[in-house]
Design a protein. Structure first.
Length: 343
């Protein structure tokens, strides 16, 4: 056994040696622990171990001599181990970021318009690095694909989205409608909108895409690839301009997702839950999907929709959608009424 391993947890060499002896020799007097170490070194190590909670000192005997006992290694060293493990994880993340920054700088300096990344770890690192370096805007296309994602919705929100919005970076996304039919993802998307993210919903997206500050983009080489993923990093080129235009077109054509219940009840006779139902219907969810997301019965959703139609005199859902848009029920965050496309 390496006699210095515990020094990796912050113990000094003398503390390491004395703690190991105490583990095997509980209730030892300082003199019993002397050997390679001097009495002075043992006394200093014991004081340090007691202060750090790695050992305890019993009341002195009649002759005034203390007896020492080692604390449980799991309880005493476990927190130190977790702290070091967390620090190493942060260092590992920093090394990954520095590696990606170095590669990006080298590529940019060489004038190469496109990089190729292989493997989920490399793609994930580059994606997070790009977002952390964003200064003004991050734009994303998020289709629903069967191929494994290198980072999930929830992970990316935790790792990047929240930090981006705290820094004042604009985050705009286009997502496929099917994401809203999954309660967990729908809840997360609603949280993103509440934090200021702009989300547009559409039926189908051609590819995953992330564009940062209109200067760099990341997209898969083969969107349907289910084995080892390969991604392209596109720098300032005509291709990047085309990708930016694709995003803007899809974002404008989609239905804007808004925060439910933003209008006070005093300002409208429409209940907040009815606004939610109409807003979800507006982005194309079925009655069954709306019921699942809001935790209601299918028939309850249908009954409330029929009641709304009767209240406003709408003979069809399309007319209800037209009325909702005119009445401001579907106002986007800028206050502009969104054209209705209720099925």
């Amino acid at each position: 056994m390496d006699a210095s391993l515990l020094t990796l947890l912050g113990l000094g060499p003398d503390e390491d040696a004395v703690y190991r002896l105490l583990v095997d020799r509980p209730d030892s007097e300082p003199a019993a622990l002397a050997g390679p170490l001097s009495d002075h070194a043992v006394a200093g190590a014991l004081d340090a171990l007691v202060e750090r909670g790695l050992a305890s000192a019993d009341r002195p005997d009649a002759d005034g001599t203390f007896r020492y006992r080692a604390a449980s290694p799991v309880l005493a060293l476990g927190p130190l181990l977790e702290s070091r493990r967390a620090a190493l994880h942060r260092v590992e993340s920093l090394v990954g970021d520095l590696t990606e920054r170095h590669r990006s700088a080298q590529t940019h300096g060489s004038g190469a318009p496109v990089e190729v990344l292989s493997g989920p770890a490399a793609i994930r690192r580059r994606l997070l690095t790009m977002q952390r370096q964003a200064r003004s805007e991050v734009c994303t296309l998020v289709p629903a694909r069967h191929a494994p994602a290198v980072i999930s919705f929830a992970d990316n929100h935790e790792e990047a989205d929240s930090e981006l919005m705290r820094r004042g970076v604009t985050v705009r996304s286009v997502v496929e409608r099917i994401w809203l039919e999954q309660p967990e993802t729908a809840t997360l998307l609603a949280s993103c909108v509440a934090q200021g993210q702009q989300i547009s919903v559409t039926d189908r997206l051609p590819i995953k895409l992330v564009i940062v500050d209109r200067r760099i983009a990341l997209l898969p080489l083969d969107p349907e690839r289910e084995t080892e993923p390969v991604a392209l990093v596109v720098h300032r080129t005509g291709l990047l301009t085309a990708l930016g235009s694709l995003f803007e077109e899809l974002f404008e054509k989609g239905w804007r997702l808004s925060v439910s219940g933003v209008v006070d009840k005093d300002e409208s006779s429409v209940a907040a839950v009815d606004r939610e139902i109409v807003a979800l219907l507006h982005v194309g969810l079925t009655d069954a999907a709306i019921a699942r997301q809001l935790g209601m019965g299918h028939r309850t959703v249908q009954r409330r929709l029929h009641a709304l139609m009767d209240e406003v005199g709408a003979a069809t859902r399309f007319q209800l959608g037209w009325y909702a848009a005119r009445a401001g029920w579907l106002d986007d965050e800028t206050g502009n009424s969104v054209p209705s496309q209720v099925p």
